[in-house]
Design a protein. Structure first.
Length: 374
């Protein structure tokens, strides 16, 4: 079909035949056609005179979701939504609506993000439908990914046993981290202090390196999660494309939960959820879930500058709120943000550098007064 289309377009054709063959070329390879034709030519190809033939050819398109993305992108910017467009499916509004409905029902996990990306560039009349379609796709994915636990698994989970589902694993880990956070500032042994290097008097001097902070939390989680049947927790676990997650917790059922941990003054503080953790969470078995954990050491350590120029946070709570607000709508239901306040209390002064005691040098024989030598 591709060879036949290429030969046909190489000939001299009338306008109607040219548009028809161009629509076939578009359906066979949407990305190639988009890169070699103007927006006007793309719209003309979608509105070819034989709409029924074009609709039937849609079934043989190797990448139907990409074709529908291009349909909406090319047509929705130039054509407004029309009432009763279902009665004229060959018209621009009918074509756009059908493409939106197909993407909303697609099994491709990227279809929802495609719909969201088209909202800003489309005519305002299409934006409510695109927003609703993206939400419906998210619900569809959630329903498709859900695996109902058996009665036996539910009984074990209700009795405080092993997680019964990926979401249950997330809930268990978050509950234990929250329980630890509630004692971080109140414990008599000062748990927050364990994330600092101390001087010879035991006073917190400077934050430990990131790996040490992570390993300390890893030891804590490992002991607390054993009761739930979590099989292993491995720091610096290798993930796809030769990347590493700071902590990877594995359940007995093979489900895994990546955790990315950073100090609040790390240069990748604001980008890690989208650029690192989201990739780990996309691995098979993670079901899109992940936890972004940040250690807050106080305002004495500068927060990296944000691209939007917003005022830096003044507390662990403010930092957590800002990081959550930064999450895209596709990640906010799957990625959890936790900021642990391990800062020095304001009442605790910073350790002062030790000074060497000055010693008086004894006078040498050559420096003795002349009168004393006489």
């Amino acid at each position: 079909m591709a060879n036949l289309t290429e030969r046909a377009l190489a000939k001299e054709l009338d306008t109607q035949s040219m548009r028809l063959w161009q629509s076939v070329a578009l359906i066979l390879d949407p990305e190639k056609f988009e890169g070699t034709h103007t927006p006007e030519e793309i719209r003309a190809a979608f509105l070819a005179p034989d709409g029924d033939l074009v609709a039937r050819l849609h079934e043989i398109c190797p990448r139907p979701d990409q074709l529908d993305r291009l349909r909406i992108s090319a047509l929705a910017a130039a054509h407004a939504s029309e009432d009763r467009d279902w009665a004229r499916p060959e018209g621009p509004s009918g074509i756009i609506r059908a493409a939106i409905n197909r993407l909303s029902a697609s099994s491709d996990p990227t279809a929802g993000s495609i719909l969201k990306s088209l909202i800003a560039s489309s005519d305002p009349s299409w934006r409510p439908l695109l927003t609703h379609a993206a939400a419906e796709h998210t619900r569809l994915l959630r329903d498709n990914l859900f695996i109902a636990p058996s009665v036996a698994e539910l009984k074990v989970a209700l009795a405080g046993g092993a997680p019964a589902s990926p979401a249950d694993l997330v809930a268990v880990v978050l509950e234990e981290i929250e329980r630890y956070r509630s004692t971080l500032r109140t414990g008599s042994e000062m748990p927050w202090k364990r994330y600092w290097n101390t001087d010879h008097n035991g006073a917190p001097e400077k934050p430990q390196i990131e790996n040490e902070d992570r390993d300390r939390l890893f030891e804590l989680l490992k002991s607390r999660l054993e009761q739930y049947g979590v099989a292993a927790a491995m720091p610096e676990a290798r993930r796809g494309e030769n990347t590493r997650a700071d902590i990877l917790l594995l359940s007995h059922a093979g489900r895994n939960l990546p955790i990315e941990a950073k100090r609040h003054f790390n240069s990748e503080l604001w980008t890690a959820p989208e650029e690192q953790l989201a990739g780990y969470a996309a691995d098979e078995g993670s079901f899109g879930y992940g936890i972004y954990l940040v250690f807050w050491f106080g305002t004495e350590y500068r927060v990296p500058t944000r691209r939007d120029g917003k005022k830096p946070p003044a507390s662990a709570g403010e930092l957590e709120a800002m990081l959550r607000a930064d999450l895209s709508s596709s990640l906010e239901e799957k990625i959890s943000i936790i900021v642990l306040d391990v800062s020095r209390p304001e009442t605790m002064s910073k350790p002062k550098p030790s000074r060497k005691r000055a010693t008086k040098s004894k006078p040498s024989l050559h420096s003795t007064k002349k009168s004393d030598r006489l």
